[in-house]
Design a protein around this ligand. Structure first.
Ligand code: EPZ
Length: 419
């Protein structure tokens, strides 16, 4: 298992370019199943999750080529050979369930291994299934698999999401684009990744109105055609580097960002005394007198749950007491026990973390339990006295492209050891 070894790094300085969004490229690769023909997708991030999704669509019969230093891929789903997504692949990545909608729309059925829960929560798929049923599909479950099927074309319908689930919105949208008639998704998720997926589907010839609002209307098409697309920048990777600049008191320009997507993070960092200046496609963050602020996660455009762990690390060294409330996932404080081993003073009460900012963290051996907790530990390691050794960094490589190279280019003392 490889590890990251980090020693106290002083203020980070320089420029770092953000890669394409993990949470956009995964549904977009899945959406390519909807068309016969070659789709070219640019701005692909160099991530383990991208490789898993490519392996999954290849197991369904698609051909996938990745080139140009892994930043561009071509995918052709003309000759799908099966609509069963196997346990050994789905078990590696929950987002695999996003092939259900496109397979159902394209082939009339999908048989997907039930995605397990993960470190951060049970993560059910009931809202995805509610949408498929609204489109006329039948659901059967057995032996750890869920089968959704419809004889003939899906029929447009109306579905209200009890929670604005990102994945359910994406899966239902991908099923509805080939349905007969109009589908309305109410209380839909409005994250930027939803809009990016809708843009890709529209380029294929889909008729989608309202993506980015809580009501999306889709008029089904007879068929869609192959399309090309460039993935939007990863707002969570960008936010993570913003916090890296803040926690080290540095001066970092993060390039290739959509500043609008970062509004909640920018606002919160400014509230915490950090200087943030926005340019058209970049954002400059300069450390300041860090003060404690309260954080409550919400669906977009609220403060993103995927930035909660990183902010918990930042608040661990801020002057004062802060309260972090995690409203999206039931178990997203796995980083806290690791941060406490580094001297952080944090008390968990249900979905709240009460943080007494301390002057100094100390390096320790810690382990990444999930993607964003791993990022939180890297951030803490940058400012902790001494050396921090992080194991289980596969979690981190799922969602951060070349994180050690990028941080080292900003002056961080970080190395990756292969064992
Ligand atoms: C997406 O997960 C992201 N992943 C997550 O990013 C992100 O944290 C999450 O959206 C929220 O923004 C990808 O896009 C690949 P949800 P998703 O469905 O779609 C409940 C990261 O670190 N729910 O919006 O799985 C669920 O239990 C990852 O990059 C149901 O109850 O999130 C959770 O409490 C982590 N029933 C809440 O909704 C359902 O059918 C949010 O889940 C679906 C979800």
């Amino acid at each position: 298992m490889s590890r990251l070894i980090i020693t106290e790094s002083g203020p980070l300085k320089g420029k770092v370019r953000v890669s394409g969004a993990k949470n956009s490229v995964l549904p977009i690769i899945a959406a390519s199943l909807l068309v016969d023909g070659r789709c070219t997708i640019d701005e692909i991030p160099y991530l383990n999750d991208v490789r898993i999704m490519c392996d999954l669509v290849k197991s369904l019969g698609a051909s996938v080529e990745i080139f140009e230093d892994q930043t561009k891929l071509q995918i052709n789903c003309r000759s799908l050979s099966t609509n069963t997504a196997p346990y050994e692949l789905v078990n590696k990545m929950r987002a695999s369930f996003l092939v259900a909608g496109p397979l159902l729309a394209k082939t009339g059925a999908a048989c997907i291994s039930l995605p397990g829960g993960c470190a951060i929560g049970t993560r059910p798929v009931d809202l995805h299934l509610k949408g498929f049923v609204a489109l006329g599909a039948t659901i059967t479950q057995g032996h750890g698999y869920i089968e959704v099927k419809k004889n003939g074309r899906l029929k447009g319908g109306k579905v209200y999401l009890d929670f604005p689930s990102v994945g359910a919105t994406e899966n239902i949208m991908m099923a509805a684009v080939l349905a007969d008639g109009t589908t309305t998704i109410e209380n839909a998720a409005i994250e930027p990744e939803i809009v990016d997926l809708a843009t890709y589907l529209t380029t294929m010839g889909a008729d989608i109105k309202g993506a980015g609002t809580d009501t999306i209307k889709i008029s089904g098409a007879r068929e869609l055609k192959a399309a090309d697309h460039a993935i939007i920048p990863d707002r969570i990777e960008a936010g993570t580097y913003m916090v890296a600049a803040a926690i080290t008191g540095g001066d970092v320009t993060i390039e290739n960002v959509v500043t609008d997507h970062l509004k909640p993070v920018t606002a919160k960092l400014r509230e915490a005394g950090i200087e943030v200046s926005e340019e058209l496609t970049s954002i400059r963050v300069r450390g300041g007198n860090l003060k404690a602020v309260d954080i409550k996660t919400h669906p977009y455009p609220g403060f993103p749950t995927d930035m909660q762990s990183q902010m918990t690390s930042l608040m661990s060294i801020a002057c004062g007491t802060s309260m972090v409330i995690e409203t999206i996932f039931e178990n997203r404080f796995m980083h806290v026990c690791e941060l406490k081993r580094m001297g952080a003073n944090i008390k968990i009460e249900g979905r709240s973390a009460i943080i007494e900012g301390c002057s100094k963290l100390t390096g320790a051996q810690v382990k990444a339990t999930d993607l964003r907790s791993g990022a939180a530990l890297i951030l803490a390691g940058l400012v902790a006295e001494g050396t921090t050794e992080i194991t289980d960094i596969d979690h981190i490589d799922r969602g951060y492209s070349r994180v050690d190279d990028k941080l080292r280019s900003l002056g961080a003392n970080i190395i990756r050891t292969e064992e």
